[in-house]
Design a protein around this ligand. Structure first.
Ligand code: NAD
Ligand code: LMR
Length: 335
């Protein structure tokens, strides 16, 4: 009996603690598959809907055999997208093409802009109250695209639209802990701005625990964090970009969102959201998450920056502004 219980999980373990429904759009891909597996492990999820234009049936059949509470279903192609999204609490979007060596994230715009637009239209029609997590690049443009689509549909709630920048924080924590020989569990580096090149700005002066760095260390760590995506793209040599660390980061952001939906009053993450912290309409910063999405931005992170960070913040604004405008214009230019 003991062995059977160990195999199946305890009775309590088999019962969902809560019953949130999560959909992954692009679930058959490099990020989608491990992300689906990680979300399947969440006790807060009762239903996991996996959507892709191909290859999702096998992924769902495979993951559905894990003895965790959530029920897994697969949906293939546009005709099944609406059903996939019905009553969903969190819609995660990693659909789209990844970079190859030599490309910028913006080089993905022409393909991914349309994919994100179409998927967000379906979210607007089928689960307009859902938290929407945008992973597809270029995030600096795809989030504004999503906002404009939701506005056109009359269902835009800026508190519920998130560009997923958690991977930048995950990387910053890892690299800083390594460099300064810190216990990873204690390290928390806020990363602000956007999610491409110099728009990624780690605030080392605001990290926990408070640590002092030489100017060289600040420069070296900042550049490594900004180029970490490219580091992976080059190592994969044409086989795509970060998928496993991204799935880990996205699963963390989903879990944080579910905890917030479930009433936990102490959930903070960095995310690229509509913002009034700077003169840009969207900006990544630390946010407090609550039942209704973004409960508060954390303006204190941008007060008392180091001279290096102040300069870097001013330097990133023109590029981030242009990427945001490119996304907005794309939606309004559509016939
Ligand atoms: P991938 O090619 O392995 O997977 C993408 C999946 O999207 C495929 O399964 C494909 O069939 C699917 N897809 C394509 N068009 C679709 C559509 N219209 N509807 C539904 N699904 C569709 O790529 P990947 O490595 O998983 O990366 C996906 C995206 O995530 C890329 O744009 C990449 O740049 C981005 N990304 C973002 C971050 C971040 O930090 N935000 C990190 C890594 C990757
Ligand atoms: C990343 O930061 O790893 C992603 O944005 C993927 C990429 O193209 O670098």
């Amino acid at each position: 009996l003991k062995a059977r219980k160990a195999n199946q999980g305890s009775r309590r373990g088999l019962q969902p603690m809560a019953s949130y429904k999560v959909a992954i759009l692009g679930a058959g891909g490099g990020i989608g598959q491990p992300l689906a597996l990680l979300i399947k492990m969440s006790p807060l999820v009762s239903a996991l809907n996996l959507y892709d234009i191909a290859n999702v049936k096998g992924v769902a059949a495979d993951i559905s055999h894990c003895n965790t509470p959530s029920h897994v279903r697969d949906f293939t192609g546009a005709s099944e997208l609406g059903d996939c999204l019905k009553d969903v609490n969190v819609a995660v979007i990693p659909a789209g093409v990844p970079r190859k060596p030599g490309m910028t994230r913006d080089d993905l715009f022409n393909i991914n802009a349309n994919i994100v637009k179409t998927l967000v239209e379906a979210v607007a029609d089928n689960c307009p109250d859902a938290f929407i997590h945008i992973i597809s690049n270029p995030v600096n443009s795809t989030v504004p695209i999503a906002a404009e689509v939701l506005k056109q549909k009359g269902v835009y709630d800026p508190k519920k639209l998130f560009g997923v920048t958690t991977l930048d924080v995950v990387r910053a924590n890892t690299f800083v802990a390594q460099k300064k020989n810190l216990k990873l569990i204690d390290v928390d580096v806020p990363v602000v701005g956007g999610h491409a090149g110099i728009t990624i700005l780690p605030l080392l002066s605001k990290m926990k625990p408070s640590v002092s760095f030489t100017d060289e260390e600040v420069e070296q760590l900042t550049v490594r964090i900004q180029n970490a995506g490219t580091e992976v793209v080059e190592a994969k040599a044409g086989a795509g970009s970060a998928t496993l660390s991204m799935a880990y980061a996205a699963a963390r952001f989903v879990e944080s969102s579910l905890r917030a939906l479930d009433g936990d009053g102490d959930v903070y993450e960095c995310s690229f959201v509509q913002s009034d912290l700077t003169d840009l309409p969207f900006f990544a910063s630390r946010i407090k998450l609550g039942r209704n999405g973004v409960e508060a931005l954390i303006p204190s992170d941008l007060v008392g920056l180091s001279e290096y960070e102040e300069k870097a913040l001013e330097a990133l604004k023109p590029e981030l502004k242009a990427s945001i405008e490119k996304g907005m214009t794309f939606v309004h230019k559509q016939p």
